[in-house]
Design a binder for this molecule. Sequence first.
Ligand SMILES: N[C@@H](CCC(=O)N[C@@H](CS)C(=O)NCC(=O)O)C(=O)O
Length: 214
Amino acid sequence: MTYPILYSFRRCPYAIRARLALRVSGIQVVHREVVLADKPVALRLISPKATVPVLVVSQQQVIAESMEIMYWALHQHDPQDWLKGSAERLAEGARLIAYNDSEFKPQLDRYKYADRFPQQPMEVYRAEGEVFLQQLEAKLAVASYLLCERPTLADMAIVPFIRQFSSVNSEWFENSPYPFLQAWLRKLLVTPLFTSVMTKYQQWEEGDEPVIVF
Ligand SMILES: N[C@@H](CCC(=O)N[C@@H](CS)C(=O)NCC(=O)O)C(=O)O
């Protein structure tokens, strides 16, 4: 039996979303923990852009984008119906994910690493990111999850990024005017699914015994 190989980094929000989908779909993978400052040659060879996550399904099929890994896994098995919903809801979910990846993530990086962007004080970058928090808060004020009363792809693709935003200054986040978002984050982070994908692994090195996870 050969398993797909997942190059991953524990705290990377893109890798977390990929691991959530792989885990929920029950797909077993060989896990290779990457240290971004010390990327393995094997990763660079298989994916020249060398970002994580990367899923090596076979020699012919290498998936180097986190959303594509989510879709690949869920198209095989989607036991919690993350991909199910009306066309309108799915389109709204896709819009939120696209906004997360293209607008919110750069804002999150500037907030997190504000000292590297001295043009503006940290509060300015945080306020930019809050535009997305406000959008999510409005959704969560009327439903338990972003699109409906159960988690869907949008929740699972976005929650790792809100987790990262919240942990830049957890005291600020806990006191921010986003109670529905706070509750949603708390609820998702304590699920067995989420905690299971946050297992710690040692840095992978060529020749290591395969670490099989599912
Ligand atoms: N669009 C990619 C982005 C992945 C990404 O940027 N991952 C970060 C880690 S969170 C990374 O690997 N950065 C490369 C580096 O820091 O050298 C995806 O969705 O998978």
